[in-house]
Design a protein around this ligand. Structure first.
Ligand SMILES: Cc1cc2nc3c(=O)[nH]c(=O)nc-3n(C[C@H](O)[C@H](O)[C@H](O)COP(=O)(O)O)c2cc1C
Length: 336
C-alpha cells in the first residue's frame, strides 16, 4: 500500500518519507518527492473543493478520507483514495502526518459511469413524464368537453319531459313521465359534476348523494322532515359514475314515494377501501304498509347493480324502509 509521511514543523508541510509502492504508483522517485508538499500530485482537473477539505483537515489536525484526482509523472491520471491522519506526540502536538494512497480509478470511473447513465435515464423519464402529462391534460380537456355536452343534451331532454308532463292529462302518464324526468335530471347532475371535477378519472359519489337527498328532502311534501347524515368523502372511477348515480337515484325515488308520510331520513355513506356503502333510511310519520316497487324500477335497480357488481339490501317495516347499496371498488379508487 502506497504511503507518505510529512513534517508539519517544516515550511509547507513537506514529504519526509515515501515507500516503494508510492513511487510505483506516482512514477516519482523518492528523491523527487522528499521536500515537496504532496499537492505536486494535483493538476488542472483536480477538484478544488476536495482540496480545500484536505487543507481544512490538515490545518485542524484532523483525519480525512477523500477521493482526489492525481497526476503521475508521465501525466496520466488516477483516482487516489487518500486517507491521512496526524501522528501526535506525548504532549498532544502533531509531529507528523501519515497518509495512505490507494488507486481506486476503476471504482470511481464505474461509479461515474453509473451516475452518468442514471442521469440519462432520469432525463428520459422526465421527458416521457412531461409527454404523458401533456397527453393526460389534453384527454382531460376532451372528457370535460364531452361531459359538458352530454349534460347540456340531458338538460334539453329534461325540459322536453317537463313540457310533456304539463301537457299530460292522465295521472298515470304524468307519473311515468315524471319518474323518467327524475332519472334524466340525475344523469344531468352526474355529468355536470364530472365536467366540473378537477380530476376526470374520479367521481365524488358522496357529495352527489348528499345533494340528491338534500334536494329530495327540500322537495318533500312534509315540512317537518329531518335529515341526519354521516358521510365520508368517497370517490368512484368515472366510468362507474352514471351507473352508481342512477342506482342510488332509483333507490331514493322508491324510498321517497310521495304518498308515504315521511318523518325523517338518515344517510350513511362510507368506504372501507374495498367497498363503498351507502345506506338511506326513512322513518314514517305513522305505521304504513309499503307498496310494491314499480316493475320498471325493480328491473332498473337489478340491471344497474349487476353492471356495478353491487348489491342492494332492503329492510322494510311498517315504520320505515332502509336500503343499503354496496359497490365494490379497487383499493386505490375508494378514497376516504
Ligand atoms: C501526509 C499527507 C499526504 C498527502 N497526500 C496527498 C496525495 O497523495 N495527493 C494529493 O493530492 N494531496 C495530498 N495531500 C494534501 C496536500 O498536501 C495538501 O494538504 C492539500 O493540497 C491542501 O493544501 P493546499 O490547498 O495548500 O494545497 C497530502 C497531505 C498530507 C498531510
Amino acid at each position: 500500500m502506497p504511503m507518505a509521511i510529512t513534517d508539519p514543523a517544516q515550511p509547507d508541510n513537506p514529504i519526509v518519507f515515501v515507500n516503494e509502492a508510492f513511487q510505483l504508483l506516482t512514477g516519482y522517485s523518492r528523491e523527487e518527492c522528499i521536500g515537496k508538499n504532496c499537492r505536486f500530485l494535483q493538476g488542472d482537473n483536480t477538484d478544488p473543493v476536495a482540496v480545500a477539505k484536505v487543507r481544512k483537515a490538515v490545518e485542524a489536525g484532523d483525519d480525512i478520507a477523500i477521493d482526489l484526482l492525481n497526476y503521475r509523472k508521465d501525466g496520466s491520471t488516477f483516482w487516489n483514495a487518500l486517507y491521512l491522519s496526524p501522528v501526535r506526540g506525548e504532549d498532544g502536538a502533531v509531529q507528523f502526518f501519515f497518509a495512505s494512497q490507494l488507486d481506486v480509478t476503476e471504482r470511481v470511473e464505474s461509479q461515474r459511469r453509473i451516475a452518468g447513465q442514471k442521469e440519462q435515464v432520469d432525463h428520459e423519464v422526465r421527458l416521457r413524464t412531461a409527454d404523458l402529462e401533456a397527453l393526460l391534460e389534453a384527454q382531460s380537456l376532451l372528457l370535460h368537453e364531452v361531459d359538458h355536452r352530454v349534460k347540456n343534451n340531458l338538460s334539453v331532454i329534461g325540459s322536453l319531459l317537463r313540457m310533456q308532463i304539463r301537457g299530460a292529462e292522465e295521472p298515470v302518464v304524468r307519473r311515468a313521465l315524471r319518474s323518467t324526468m327524475e332519472r334524466v335530471d340525475a344523469m344531468a347532475a352526474i355529468h355536470r359534476r364530472l365536467y366540473q371535477a378537477d380530476d376526470v378519472r374520479y367521481f365524488e359519489l358522496s357529495s352527489f348523494v348528499v345533494n340528491l337527498i338534500q334536494d329530495a328532502v327540500n322537495a318533500s311534501a312534509y315540512n317537518s322532515l329531518t335529515l341526519d347524515s354521516s358521510v365520508q368523502r368517497t370517490v368512484l372511477p368515472s366510468e362507474k359514475a352514471t351507473s352508481a348515480g342512477l342506482l342510488i337515484n332509483e333507490v331514493l325515488l322508491n324510498l321517497f314515494e310521495t304518498y308515504l308520510p315521511l318523518a325523517a331520513v338518515k344517510l350513511d355513506c362510507h368506504s372501507d377501501g374495498k367497498t363503498i356503502s351507502v345506506t338511506i333510511g326513512t322513518r314514517l310519520l305513522s305505521k304504513t304498509p309499503h307498496h310494491e316497487m314499480p316493475a320498471i324500477s325493480a328491473k332498473l335497480i337489478a340491471r344497474l347493480a349487476a353492471q356495478l357488481e353491487a348489491d342492494v339490501a332492503w329492510d322494510r317495516t311498517l315504520d320505515g324502509t332502509s336500503a343499503t347499496i354496496r359497490i365494490p371498488v379497487s383499493s386505490n379508487h375508494a378514497e376516504t
